[in-house]
Design a protein around this ligand. Structure first.
Ligand code: 13P
Ligand code: SF4
Length: 304
């Protein structure tokens, strides 16, 4: 079957079965094209609650499907490729955070949404890259342990000097590879282009960015101008923008910006998940879900 035929089969089947397809912006364009909802990890999980589907297929990585399930327990949530995980989300065992909290009861634990459900359950509040600054500013504590991404944490520490932000040593293996020279080389290759970067990149590289923001912030910025730009986040963001705006150039900052886990899910996985012959139905034990939900609800409350 060609890509187009497979897309048509999927669209037909999902309509028959009334299934919603959610795709993170880092998914390939052939998946983004057939999705009912595209967006960053938080937008997907929050908007999924209001979608008129009892079953949703989440094309992305495991923590994203888990977050949808935490917020919409009544929905059947399917991760089409169960091997797709975010290595950063797995970097901290929750026991270490429990021990830290015992030693520092007056500190607040802030967890990036790229974390396991178990880690969310022992954290005080979750944040996304777009809401982290506001939430850290508003938290009722002077000292904050920021998990797990040291680059996003360092960026927030600089933005909120009134708080003491303690960093963990986690990182995104994709964005963390970007160096200052990568940015300078891209700027030399595409003179005059603005550089839009994700805060998961190291500080030395971020120094040269014109905009530092979440996947959604980067896309919004691109949609608001007609300019050619340099994209400093996962390759698929630029690929899909190029498809939507064929006359413009979205230059990838570095060929290193490809997330292997985000590449795992294919149209064939989505098709099998729809047929009921593939994918994993997400199950979360109820008391764990409720604890993790508290941190996400707190994020929604403080992030408004
Ligand atoms: P967003 O929260 O912007 O969707 O980012 C998720 C991610 O995995 C970034 O690398
Ligand atoms: Fe995780 Fe990085 Fe891939 Fe995002 S790009 S899913 S943070 S490994």
């Amino acid at each position: 079957m060609s890509v187009r035929q497979l897309q048509e089969e999927i669209l037909k089947l999902k309509k028959e079965k009334n299934v919603g397809i959610l795709a993170h912006s880092y998914q390939s364009s052939d998946i983004l094209e057939i999705a009912d909802l595209r967006g960053d990890s938080f937008a997907l999980s929050e908007k999924a609650r209001d979608l008129p589907y009892d079953t949703v297929i989440l094309c992305g990585v495991r923590f994203m499907a888990d977050t949808v399930k935490i917020l919409s327990p009544e929905k059947k949530v399917i991760l089409p490729c169960p091997e797709a995980t975010c290595p950063m989300a797995e970097q901290i065992p929750p026991e270490r955070v429990i021990a830290y909290k015992k030693e520092h009861p007056d500190h607040r634990v802030v967890a990036y949404v790229n974390t396991t459900t178990e880690l969310k359950a022992v954290s005080d509040v979750c944040v996304t890259s777009s809401s982290a600054q506001k939430i850290v500013e508003r938290l009722d504590a002077d000292t904050i342990l920021f998990l797990p991404d040291q680059n996003l944490g360092a960026y927030i520490r600089e933005k909120v000097p009134s708080k003491q932000v303690i960093l963990w040593d986690g990182y995104c293996p994709v964005h963390n590879q970007i160096t200052e020279d990568d940015v300078l080389d891209a700027k030399a290759l595409h003179p005059g282009c603005r550089v839009l970067m994700h805060p998961e990149c190291p500080a030395a590289a971020l120094r040269h960015a014109d905009l530092i923001g979440s996947t959604a912030d980067i896309i919004r910025d691109c949609e608001s101008t007609q300019d050619d730009v340099i994209i400093g986040t996962e390759k698929s963001v630029g690929d899909y923008l190029s498809l939507c705006h064929p006359k413009r150039n979205f230059h990838l900052l570095s060929k290193k910006l490809i997330c292997p886990d985000m590449r795992l899910t294919t149209l064939a996985h989505v098709y099998k998940a729809l047929l009921g012959t593939g994918g994993e139905v997400i199950e979360i034990e109820e008391s764990l879900r409720r604890k993790a939900r508290r941190a996400i609800d707190e994020m929604i409350r403080l992030g408004k």
